[in-house]
Design a protein around this ligand. Structure first.
Ligand code: 5GP
Length: 122
């Protein structure tokens, strides 16, 4: 069960209550710069629909929303000129174990430096 909190910070960004540095906007998707970038390029891609996590979005979004989201992420890669060069990392965190901070589905696109191991080794 996915319970969406309409007061989450990305919902407020989508309503225009909080400013953002937009990279690209489409009818179903918004891409904007992360406020605390963890790499020289750190962009967040979010659907405009009320989805909490990746699995929520993948299970319940329409084909149009799914296509628009992924095509927009690809356009962001092309616009920032990151895919053909040194590469990038696309991450989506979910829930407590994934340490998701904002409960609105988002994909992080990180690039511009070597990003290290995906998961800290202990
Ligand atoms: P999560 O931990 O949920 O995967 O990532 C949430 C991301 O949202 C973090 O990287 C954080 O810096 C970013 N973030 C949180 N609040 C804001 C905000 O108000 N504006 C922007 N642009 N990014 C935010």
């Amino acid at each position: 069960m996915h319970i969406y909190d309409p007061q989450n910070i990305f919902a407020r960004i989508l309503r225009g209550e909080i400013p953002n540095k937009t990279v690209l906007e489409t009818p179903h998707t918004l891409a904007f710069h992360d406020i605390h970038p963890q790499a020289p390029i750190h962009v967040l891609v979010i659907p405009k629909g009320a989805y909490v996590t990746f699995d929520h979005f993948a299970a319940e979004a329409s084909a149009e929303e799914l296509t628009d989201f992924h095509r927009t992420a690809a356009k962001v890669c092309a616009m920032l000129d990151i895919a053909p060069g040194q590469g990038y990392r696309a991450i989506t965190n979910a829930g407590a174990h994934g340490m998701q901070e904002v409960p609105h589905y988002h994909m992080h696109i990180l690039a511009g430096r070597t990003l290290g191991h995906m998961i800290a080794r202990s």
